[in-house]
Design a protein around this ligand. Structure first.
Ligand code: MN
Length: 243
């Protein structure tokens, strides 16, 4: 069974086909959004697909431009079990909006804490330490998406109770492969980050999350089928821990 725990399904140019493709294959998808305003429309798109859940997001790269949507976030949160894509982006291109990013992220986390029982899909590019410091203050189940920090930061994330969603693009670099190899087996799920993420120039679709099975099989030294089963079991455990 395939799980894509971080897909921007609403942002594919052929999203209706992608949604049908997920339905036909019976895969499970977390459709993250990048702004609160996108949440209701994305819910309408996947209305007839119970295996696609929509997460309420506020992408750090849009924090400055969409600051006015914080109240919309509060309005939708009672109905959203999943929250993402949220986080911080400390890379050069987004450093200038860091103050707004922090403001949005803290507000989002404080709402999540009050609501309780939420699973988060978190962006932490060049900001792992700060992201973890904020996440540790609240009650939630944090899933670090496409984790790209250092080994030390990975250990800090593990000690902070984080889960990890791992996609094919992450395995294109040695650094990414080393990080995946160091993650606890019972806290890994799969993702794609499509349509933004690509592998060898090809856009990824949710079912391409299965491309990580063979690498993980080689690291864990078990069969590809067993990896698929274990990762699905992890996904179910994660959902069960959502009270
Ligand atoms: Mn993303």
């Amino acid at each position: 069974m395939i799980v894509d725990f971080h897909s921007h399904i609403d942002l594919y140019s052929d999203f209706s086909k992608v949604i049908l493709g997920c339905k036909d294959r019976g895969i499970y998808v977390l459709a993250v959004t990048t702004t609160p305003a996108a949440w209701s429309g994305t819910n309408r798109l996947v209305m007839n697909c119970p295996q696609i859940k929509v997460a309420l997001g506020f992408h750090p790269q849009l924090a400055k431009a969409r600051l006015n949507e914080l109240s919309l976030f509060e309005q939708y949160l009672p109905k959203a079990k999943y929250v993402g894509e949220i986080g911080l982006d400390g890379s050069a291109a987004f450093k200038s909006s860091f103050a707004e990013q922090i403001k949005v992220f803290r507000h989002v986390l404080s709402c999540v804490n009050s609501a309780g029982g939420r699973i988060l899909s978190i962006h932490s590019r060049q900001s792992v330490g700060l992201v973890l410091a904020e996440v540790r203050k609240i009650s939630c189940l944090p899933v670090m998406h496409w984790f790209s920090g250092s080994k030390m930061e990975l250990m800090e994330a593990i000690n902070s109770g984080c889960w990890f969603s791992v996609g094919p693009s992450m395995l294109m670099s040695q650094k990414g492969r080393d990080l995946v190899a160091s993650m606890p087996r019972n806290r890994v799920v799969t993702e794609t980050d499509g349509p933004f993420a690509t592998v060898k120039g090809r856009q990824l679709y949710p079912w391409d999350a299965s491309l990580v099975f063979s690498y993980i099989a080689s690291v864990w030294n078990i069969s590809v089928d067993d990896v698929e089963d274990m990762l699905f079991e992890n996904f179910l455990c994660m959902l069960k821990s959502l009270k």
